[in-house]
Write a protein that binds this ligand. Structure first.
Ligand code: HEC
Length: 121
């Protein structure tokens, strides 16, 4: 006999049903509107992209004092976009950034630049 949900004790089944109902309520509560959700998803996506830079540039682009890698927080977005494109094309020499920059589209670079520009130094 393969174990199915029907093989669960009644108390467990009730708990599972309650948990599912709770999740549904939460989703309904969170769903303030499709536009709000899309905005939140986009913001989360940008934050995830920017998080890939944290290992070298610090959390939210804030480099620790004396770090060899420059901080990104509060840098003008236009400057950052220009630098990333220069790394990508090879116009700006780099030790690692020329490889990293190639992994992102221009649109992603612009999103990350806006994100870091908005972070406090
Ligand atoms: C493996 C470490 C590492 C990671 C990960 C990394 N960087 Fe860098 N970054 C550097 C180093 C080192 C430099 C200095 C240039 C060089 O030697 O490559 C730099 C320089 C830069 C500069 C130029 C800063 C200035 O003041 O001119 C920008 C912009 C930048 N990185 C953006 C990013 C972004 C955006 C990400 C994430 C997508 C990222 N970096 C991820 C190591 C890293």
């Amino acid at each position: 006999m393969s174990p199915t949900i029907n093989a669960w004790p009644a108390s467990l089944q009730a708990a599972a049903a309650k948990a599912a109902a709770g999740t549904l309520t939460l989703l309904v509560l969170l769903g303030a509107g499709p536009a709000a959700n899309a905005q939140t998803a986009a913001a989360l996506h940008t934050r995830s992209l920017a998080a890939t830079c944290a290992s070298c540039h610090g959390t939210s682009g804030r480099a620790v004092d004396g770090a060899a890698v420059p901080g990104l927080a509060g840098q003008p977005a236009a400057y950052m976009v220009e630098q990333m494109k220069a790394f990508k094309s090879g116009a700006r020499a780099a030790t690692v950034m020329h490889q990293i920059a190639k992994g992102y589209s221009d649109a992603q670079i612009e999103q990350m630049a806006a994100y870091f520009a908005a972070q406090k130094k």
